[in-house]
Ligand binder design. Sequence first.
Ligand code: 0PR
Length: 366
Amino acid sequence: MDEHEIIDSLKRIRSQDMLYGDGRILSSVSTKPLDVAVEAYNVFSDVNALDVHVFKSIEGIEYDVVSWFGGLLNNKLIAGYVSSGGTESNIYALWAAKKLYPKRKKILVPESAHYSFLKAADLLDLEIKWIPLDRGFKADIPSIKECIDQDTLAVVATAGTSALGVVDPIEAINNLCKETFFHVDAAFGGFVLPFLDGGPKFDFSLENIDSITVDPHKMGFVPMPSGAVFLRDESYLHKLGISPTYLPFKTYTLSGSRSGGAIAATWAAIKYLGVGGYKRIVAECMKNTRILCSELGRLGVEILAEPELNFVGIRPNDLEEIWSSLKAKGWNILMDKKTRSIRIVVMPHVSGEVIRSFISDLEDVI
Ligand code: 0PR
């Protein structure tokens, strides 16, 4: 096959997919990346960020990215790296926790946490103590109080749960974590909460938070695979460093070879949009979320948790029937079996017009 044939074939295969721009994808926590971020990715597509003795450029760019997050997450001492996504970041955080408290095994994980914690527990040989949720689908504080003890390795909380977009009571959990590792999975909310006025606290300004996951490839407009994981300071890194005999440096990441493109793309997006750009985008998403909620109210459709982010879990009567009728009308939606709800993520591609069209179809099928 020549170059044209290859690309044409791939385009043909790709054409069976929906595009974010079609305005039918309500399920996804990602969106179309910025053109400038894709271009930045291409500039660095052959750069292995592990290989800083070959590619000196990428170290400084990643340093800039980490510093920017230091400002965003209220911690100038922050240490971290651009990972492949939320799963790697969550595993890495618990690995750091295990290095800090090698004898402890128990982790307290709310029932709403992402399934990557199952992988982390399995890989790191940890025991999960599931924390039930309160009536608002948030981690139940009395249960954490009851379960936390000297054997507790880590407590996990989520800023933007995967099924309902709920933010756990992170400030209250922080107060319970003086003697244990506290990890916040803000894979989704990390690119939303800092840009809201008066949103709940979830960052390093809470003194017991040890690590935070944030995903640029979700609300950050960066192409995959771009995650990020941050530790409170460099002291956590000492026990994570490995010195391969043939490399002239220590490596502190979970991944080995890493995408220089992902780092450059993240750098491009944060430079291009800046805090002001993200604020404008988040404000628009929240406005559309409120419109959606008020229309759902008009139709009498139950909203499971009052949205704090651009994320709504709905439970119409006749859930399964309505779900399949909406799918038949071309909507890409996901249903959560546990909460029995349909998740609607009001991403930047879910415009006011998309919401009007969805509500009209929902009204029809109801
Ligand atoms: N933490 C949270 C809170 C997440 O929502 C996710 C994944 C992760 C961690 C893991 O991130 P990576 O997937 O980058 O490793 N978020 C989505 C989810 O499971 C992934 C996704 C996206 C699923 C689009 C479905 C879909 O249509 O909800």
